[in-house]
Ligand binder design. Sequence first.
Ligand SMILES: Cc1cc2nc3c(=O)[nH]c(=O)nc-3n(C[C@H](O)[C@H](O)[C@H](O)COP(=O)(O)OP(=O)(O)OC[C@H]3O[C@@H](n4cnc5c(N)ncnc54)[C@H](O)[C@@H]3O)c2cc1C
Length: 481
Amino acid sequence: MQTTVLVVGGGIGGLASALALQRRGLDCRVFEQSPRIGELGVGINTLPHAIGELAELGLLARLDAVGLRTYELIYMNRFGQEIWRELRGTHAGHAVPQFSIHRGMLQGVLRDAVTERLGPAAISTGRRLAGFDQDEDGVTARFVDASGATVETVRADVLVGADGIHSTVRASLTPGEGSPRWNGTMLWRGATDWPAFLTGRSMIIAGGMEAKVVLYPIAEGAAGQATLDARALADALADADALADADDVTGALSRYEQARLGPTSEIVHSNRGGGPEGVIDAVEALAPDGFDDVEMVLSHGEREAIVRGYAQKAGFAVSDPGQTTTRRKGMDASTGPDVIGAEASIDNIKWNILGQIYRPKQLSERSFAWHATFPPGTFVPPHFHPTQDEYVYVLDGELTLVAGDDDHLAHAGDLVRLPMGRPHGLFNRSGATTVCLFWVTPTGRLYELFVAIDALEEQTPDAVVALAGKHEVEFLPPPSA
Ligand SMILES: Cc1cc2nc3c(=O)[nH]c(=O)nc-3n(C[C@H](O)[C@H](O)[C@H](O)COP(=O)(O)OP(=O)(O)OC[C@H]3O[C@@H](n4cnc5c(N)ncnc54)[C@H](O)[C@@H]3O)c2cc1C
């Protein structure tokens, strides 16, 4: 008995699934809520791993007719200064290209191929999935029209939910999950006729996680996980079908889930942290006002480690101090534009805070840098910055960073990144004075804290801790005896 599949949603994922299923000899129908599969959207960038699947479906020539093979990708800071440049797709040695393409054109290529290969009846438009019932033998789906009237009830072995971010299928399967939560980031998309820039096939991503612009041409002239899901699903179902074992459909769906859940979750988590574009934020944090030579901010090797996703293995840029240290070359206490010299401080300010000497070196709306001298025995108890990243560059001596149960010893020349929310204490356990340069970003609120502490009539640890909470520094409660 042949496995029959209902695909809900005629977007990129749904149409690619239909083609992949047909290629493996499986019977399938696509149900789309819109009255027609129009060519909606603006630009979409499709990476070689997804294009490889579409090439296997025989669609490369059609994609070439409507899209552009991306030549290069350039990361820039918000001033347009170049941080990273690399070739893409076949130019970078992949077997297939990366395409910059109008999302609607890509959808049109897939729609036309489905209609040709599966027949005009394979796509039913004006059919919105209203609900479905699953039993031991399969699934029954109910489709309604725009007025809400039931127009079709369909029985099949498998129902694939490819119905986008506001998925009815997902909501039915995980009713307690609720709607997707907006994280506060707004995206505007647009397209315009414009003369070619750079190579005519260049893609630019400028600015960090706070605000960025993504620019690329999508035609000559003036996200790919859905595709991989489609292939993996068709393969799992076809293997079950080849065994002529309809009971194994459930097992096939489990194998599909096992194959795809890990990789897609990893991508989602990586992208929440910025993914390869995190290199822009890393450079921005170290040089918020721009740079003359990006090599002096982060070396090529350090930038590459972030872009290629092996920053953690390379020993810097992610979570705990033991893994966030990188040895700097060519830096001094005045590194970065607008950071003043080692011996000087802003307006000759010198604060003595609980025996530690602090000299402000640079202050802007976005960041604050200061010079700190820690006599032997200095201990700044564990605290965290809920909204700021902190960087500590050890100029002289040694500093122990206490994070949870882990201690990390930083030496002169080490730069340690303490991501926002990361608890850390600072301890000079050596017998000599330690000198460090600190940065916090974004905002210069810590400067205001130091001014307020300096103005205290009596500087006690309790008074300092009480003030700190008002300036986005949270001290952890002392461990119970
Ligand atoms: C109109 C539109 C424009 C887009 N434009 C862009 C763009 O310009 N750039 C970009 O990078 N990404 C764009 N996207 C998102 C991108 O296409 C997807 O994130 C990605 O391709 C994954 O595809 P998908 O098939 O999972 O979901 P989608 O492409 O979102 O497709 C989901 C499909 O399911 C249909 N559907 C939803 N609920 C039901 C239901 N209950 N019953 C039947 N059908 C249903 C929707 O009408 C839609 O056609 C757009 C998506 C849409 C829907």
